[in-house]
Design a protein around this ligand. Structure first.
Ligand code: GLN
Length: 211
């Protein structure tokens, strides 16, 4: 140690930047001390300590991920233990199984859950509701639901962190986190802080430089 201030840098966290609310996630990640990076290519995916799959349209994200040669690399990194957080369309991408897929639509998978696309959308295209999320201190978060999915069922390994009207809307399995709502749109970064904490626990933080 030279005696100067330690250069503490957060983990490098990618945001899958094919479609959706990429910029909002980059801002939220920077706000909680991560080093955000856009990910569009396999080489960029290989260089991150964690990844966010944003909200947007899961059918489009799937098609572009396939076209960019990212689907198999994504599956491999998830299998190898990469921490990944998916919001809304990203939740759909992390589900092992989806109901109401567009024809041919596949997911990355990783969380043992069945997710129903557009589940809340049938009654209500878009709404906000206070959601208490296990592991997020400081009271409920404002859940922004936009043509949101819900979790129809979970396997034993998946932990339900939050429910809305009896439907699971936040789930964690190991290093994978998914929410049906969009914390990136609210300016409240507690869910991103939870995720970056998961990356740090997984050993993804670079910590104090040179220490
Ligand atoms: N309904 C969208 C889908 O199927 C998800 C909507 C969202 O991400 N806000 O991908």
């Amino acid at each position: 140690m030279s005696g100067g201030p330690a250069h503490v840098t957060g983990p490098v966290v990618g945001v899958l930047a094919l479609q959706g609310d990429v910029r909002e996630h980059l801002t939220a990640l920077a706000a909680v001390g991560a080093v955000p990076r856009q990910v569009r290519r396999p080489e960029e995916l290989a260089a991150v300590d964690g990844l966010v799959i944003p909200g947007g349209e899961s059918t489009t994200i799937f098609k572009l991920a396939a076209a960019f040669g990212l689907l198999e690399p994504l599956r491999e990194r998830v299998r190898a233990g990469l921490p990944v957080y998916g919001s809304c369309a990203g939740m759909i991408m992390l589900a092992d199984k989806i109901l109401d897929p567009r024809s041919g639509q596949e997911t990355v998978g990783g969380i043992d859950m069945i997710v129903r696309r557009n589940a809340f959308g049938r009654q209500n295209e878009s709404f906000e509701a206070a959601v208490e999320v296990a592991g997020v201190p400081g009271g409920p978060v404002e859940g922004v639901f936009i043509r949101a999915p819900w979790v129809e069922s979970t396997g034993a390994a998946a932990e339900i962190l939050a429910e809305h009207e009896g439907h699971p809307v936040a789930v964690r399995q190991g290093r994978l986190l998914a929410t049906a709502f969009h914390p990136e749109l609210t300016g409240d970064h507690r869910v991103h802080r939870l995720f970056v904490g998961m990356i740090t626990e997984a050993g993804g933080a670079t910590g104090a430089d040179g220490a």
